[in-house]
Design a protein around this ligand. Structure first.
Ligand SMILES: [Fe+2]
Ligand SMILES: [Fe+2]
Length: 172
């Protein structure tokens, strides 16, 4: 049984984000299944998850920048930290033949994702809906009043200290 399964509790009523998140959940489960077959198969499916996550995080980061967030906002910073950690797991397996982190990171990513989706992504989805952002065209139906400074927080009270966010998947 995979560590993470799609449920209404993960849904954000944002079709594009929900679709990407369903793919994340699917790929995470496939990596766990493959790891039961062999470490090489698990690594291959995990690399597919990493590649998907590059696009997943990049998409959200672009939406944030397009709608008034600073490039270095806390949500994007967490994306960066988690992605670097995910890539390090690949490096350790390939260069050091150390598959321990790969085994441990999958359930930790499941826990991290649930929390991330329900806080930072939920706040982003709410923000995008509030301003009427169209991901297909980049248009904004209801722009917020012009702000003096780009947004650096995540909204929704979901900013976490860096050491907490960096802990996702690092308890190796
Ligand atoms: Fe996301
Ligand atoms: Fe996110």
């Amino acid at each position: 049984m995979p560590s993470l399964q799609w449920s209404d509790e993960l849904a954000l009523a944002h079709p594009e984000m929900d679709h990407t998140h369903q793919e994340f959940v699917q790929l995470l489960g496939e990596a766990e299944d493959a790891l039961l077959q062999s470490k090489e198969a698990g690594l291959a499916r995990y690399e597919a998850l990493v590649a998907h996550t590059v696009g997943h995080f990049g998409q959200e980061d672009r939406w944030m920048v397009a709608t008034g967030f600073a490039v270095e906002n806390c949500h994007s910073s967490q994306h960066h930290q988690v992605l670097e950690l995910m890539k390090e797991v690949v490096r350790l397996a390939k260069e050091k033949d150390d598959y321990g982190p790969l085994t441990r990171v999958l359930p930790e990513l499941a826990n991290w994702f649930t929390q991330h989706a329900q806080t930072m992504d939920a706040a982003l989805a709410s923000h995008l809906q509030q301003i009427g952002f169209d991901p297909a065209t980049g248009s904004i139906a209801h722009p917020l009043p012009t702000q003096a400074d780009p947004v650096t927080g995540c909204g929704g009270g979901s900013c976490l200290p860096a050491e907490d966010t960096a802990a996702a998947g690092t308890a190796a």
